[in-house]
Design a binder for this molecule. Structure first.
Ligand code: MN
Length: 244
């Protein structure tokens, strides 16, 4: 199973989560919300060949933690993965909007400077602005839009810009999310959980809780579960080897 956007460091027992991933052979992108969280989060997965740790600055924290951008730049040469980054246009974050854009643009420029990175991107209520920024920084790397929830029109634009998509169970819990998932080209899809933020029946999703997505994609694509898993695994290989 592939979980391309999971906050391992935010579970109550991160070591147990890592051990479970290792035992099950899950491929996990362990994203961080602040640059200062990177070192400890990366050390949790030390020696785990299938867990990669991304350096991030979540848009909800971008304004408060902009001072950590220097640390972001220090860590960046040593990792091929960046996230969680992006923009959040929710009304409660309106005060930080201009700072969010400043931080996001800064991060994209940093990624360009080091030759591009694989980026896990948050775009809630901000898909147009996220895509505008990506368009202005084409050398920043490969954008993977996590839990995309924008319009169909912007989804088509995102595909044209070369974006990939990581899809979690929560995207399937609304009809509009299902329609978006059905529009994404097969070769640009990965799975995710966004655990522990996403909960089911009061419990956080665990890495690898992506079976519901695999079933949905199998129906969409007319493939067996096994073939769907094979396709997702080919996608991951293609994404990662291009950026080795
Ligand atoms: Mn997240």
């Amino acid at each position: 199973m592939i979980d391309f956007h999971c906050h391992i460091d935010l579970y109550s027992d991160p070591a147990a989560v890592v051990a479970h991933c290792e035992q099950q052979g899950f491929y996990v992108l362990s994203v961080t919300t602040t640059p200062s969280a990177w070192r400890i989060t990366a050390s949790l997965a030390k020696g785990c060949a299938r867990i990669r740790t991304a350096i991030g600055l979540h848009p909800q924290l971008a304004a408060k933690r902009a001072s950590e951008l220097r640390l972001f730049d220090e860590v960046l040469p040593g990792t091929r993965y960046v996230g969680e980054i992006g923009l959040d246009g929710s009304p409660e974050l309106a005060d930080s909007w201009s700072k969010q854009m400043e931080v996001f643009a800064y991060i994209l420029r940093s990624c360009e400077r080091v030759g591009g990175r694989i980026m896990s991107i948050h775009s809630r209520r901000a898909s147009t602005e996220v895509l505008d920024h990506l368009e202005q920084h084409p050398a920043a790397g490969v954008p993977v839009l996590h839990w995309y929830s924008g319009s169909k029109k912007e989804l088509i634009r995102a595909v044209d810009l070369g974006c990939w998509f990581s899809i979690g169970p929560a995207m399937l819990w609304s009809r509009s999310g299902q329609i978006l998932v059905s529009m994404i080209p097969k070769e640009r899809v990965l799975t995710e959980t966004d655990g522990p933020f996403v909960q089911l029946n009061g419990l956080p999703l665990q890495p690898g809780d992506t079976g519901e997505v695999v079933s949905f994609l199998s129906t969409e694509w007319g493939t067996t579960g096994e073939a769907t898993i094979g396709m997702l695994s080919d996608n991951l290989t293609r994404l990662v080897t291009r950026w080795t």
